[in-house]
Design a protein around this ligand. Structure first.
Ligand SMILES: Cc1ncc(COP(=O)(O)O)c(C=O)c1O
Length: 403
């Protein structure tokens, strides 16, 4: 018997199902299907041997401590290691919250700040997981366009001013400045400075989502918004950063952390208390020991080398096979390439044709808030498929787009 839908809370009913999950499910396990759809890291990137040894050691030697209920704010030993290895500058433990992946940190941030009817500014396109969480908290999303330098900050200013003049509260700006999901774009240093200036001037927070920051294959590292705000303005309030071990060590660990103003971190920890009690004790300590033994840097070097090659294969396959009307981004890191087709294309509809031809992708429309309808874009992932499949998958897609 199916559960009566009308008995569910309004917010649950309004959430619907994740189209991306549905699409991934619809194309999973089909013989010969090449998936360029999900955002999965390569299984070859997981440091399985090192983690297996550490799990055994941690449970045997530290089990009395880590199998017990832990602090909602996270394990102090892990925080110390994060403080030691993080390149985002020195902070205190009170400014760090350990989370179950960054999804959790983003949700607690949104929960701690949003009142129903508040406005949140985001990039268009953006990571749909965050967009649905923000909408579920009752905020309205203004998705603003990007160009090659990232979010159009001139439009951010314009939008905030006009929203504020209309009596709305613009609570925060959500940005993924490095190798953005889904577009692969990186925000320039000039734009970062400008965004901080605008946010400070207009009294709006920034949520800086950085799951891909350490996956840089080429080009120079750019200061995080978080760093710029601290270094250039002594401002430790405007920016909160969420990071994740998902794309570095493995999403199955469900481990990430947020760094932000101590008062806001404490407010987010209140939600953590209610929703998760505490992050996983064993996982936190395993990762703490991984960092302590300096295993992270060589590991990141290995996986960025692997992803650099895969990125080259995808870009060269696109150059070899795509019709001239299709454009794409060439990211310096991360996991995704973004294709823009002529306006007349409907990549939602083409998804089914592509699936029949044995290749899966995510239609661009899935990365905009529910009110926006853009149908001529495609996200491709290059981290998961094997090199030969990347070439073949792009060739199959090119055939469909040429028709
Ligand atoms: C931009 C962005 N933020 C957050 C997440 C969530 O990552 P996790 O919860 O696994 O740390 C993802 C995952 O794909 C992402 O792409």
């Amino acid at each position: 018997m199916s559960f009566p839908e009308q008995k569910l809370s309004q917010v649950t009913r309004s959430m619907g199902v994740s189209f991306i999950r549905e699409m991934l499910r619809a194309t999973k396990g089909i013989e010969g299907m090449i998936s360029l759809a999900g955002g999965l890291p390569s299984p070859d990137s997981f440091p399985k041997k090192q983690l297996a040894a550490l799990f055994k050691e941690v449970v045997e030697k530290e089990g009395t401590d880590v199998l017990q209920y832990g602090a909602s704010e996270g394990d102090d030993i892990l925080k110390e290691q994060i403080l030691r290895v993080e390149k985002e500058g020195a902070v205190s433990k009170e400014e760090i919250l350990i989370t179950d992946g960054s999804t959790n940190g983003i949700y607690f941030f949104a929960r701690a700040l949003i009142n129903p009817g508040d406005v949140v500014i985001c990039e268009g396109p953006s990571f749909n997981g965050t967009l649905v969480a923000i909408e579920a908290c009752g905020a309205e999303l203004d998705a603003l366009p990007m160009d090659e330098e990232g979010l159009r900050v001139d439009l951010v200013r314009e939008t905030i001013v006009s929203r504020q003049n209309a009596g709305h509260t613009v609570k925060f700006i959500y940005t993924i400045p490095e190798f953005q999901n889904p577009s692969g774009r990186t925000m320039s240093l000039a734009r970062r400075r400008e965004l901080i200036r605008v946010a400070r001037e207009l009294g709006v927070f920034i949520l800086e989502d950085q799951p891909y920051r350490d996956l840089r294959f080429m080009g120079g590292r750019i200061d995080s918004l978080w760093n710029i705000a601290r270094a250039e303005y002594g401002d430790d309030e405007t920016v909160t950063i969420c990071k994740s071990f998902s794309k570095i060590l493995g999403p199955g660990l469900r481990l990430g952390f947020a760094v932000g103003p101590a008062g806001l971190i404490a407010a987010m920890a209140k939600w953590a208390q209610k929703v998760i009690v505490s992050p996983e004790g064993v996982v936190q300590r395993v990762v703490a020991r991984f960092l302590e033994r300096n295993m992270l840097e060589p590991h990141i070097e290995r996986i960025t080398g692997m992803y650099r090659e895969k990125r080259e294969i995808m870009i060269s396959s696109l150059k070899d096979t795509m019709p001239p009307s299709i454009r794409w981004t060439e990211p310096e890191g991360g996991l995704f390439v973004w294709l823009t087709c002529p306006e007349s294309f409907d990549t939602d509809a083409l998804f089914h044709e592509a699936a029949k031809a044995g290749v899966a992708y995510i239609p661009g429309s899935k990365f905009y808030p529910s009110a926006v309808a853009r149908k001529n874009e495609i996200r491709l992932n290059f981290s998961y498929a094997k090199p030969a499949d990347l070439r073949e998958g792009v060739a199959r897609l090119a055939k469909i787009l040429k028709r």
